[in-house]
Design a protein around this ligand. Structure first.
Ligand SMILES: [Zn+2]
Length: 144
């Protein structure tokens, strides 16, 4: 089962998701720059529709990949996530899919087990980035 998840990680191409997020965030700005008469609201709607289509395509591709690799529940057909390695049960129908002897120990969460100073710095950086991006979104879209 662990080899199947390793195969999924190899074939999943996480950079495609990162590229999609980048395009979804940047699309309103690019559309507004390319088409000067386009209103900010319409640019947001177009970008949201494009992002929705792209997310749907990526989700279907991932589900097809999970079925191809065999990471589906034999009883209910639900696709499985990596927590199957720790829990051993299908999250949908609760069928035991892995023997208890095969289960791995649940990894510790870095947030709760890590350094409080590191977490505080991470929180400050995260809030700063959110404020910075909101400031620029309002500045760019507010000038239209
Ligand atoms: Zn199931």
């Amino acid at each position: 089962m662990e080899a199947r998840f390793a195969a999924l990680r190899r074939r999943e191409k996480p950079l495609a998701g990162l590229a999609l997020v980048s395009v979804a965030v940047g699309a309103p700005f690019v559309l507004a720059a390319l088409i000067p008469d386009l209103s900010a609201r319409l640019a947001m709607y177009v970008a949201a529709a494009l992002a929705l289509v792209a997310l749907t395509v990526l989700q279907r591709r991932r589900e097809g990949l999970l079925r191809e690799i065999g990471l589906v529940c034999p009883r209910c057909g639900a696709t499985q996530a990596a927590d199957l390695l720790y829990l051993g049960r299908c999250p949908s129908c609760q069928m035991q899919l892995l023997d208890r002897a095969e289960l791995q120990a649940m990894p510790k969460a870095a947030i709760t087990e890590g350094s409080p100073l590191r977490n505080a710095i991470g929180l400050v950086v995260l809030l700063g980035l959110m404020a910075w991006s909101l400031y620029h979104v309002v500045r760019v879209l507010g000038n239209r």
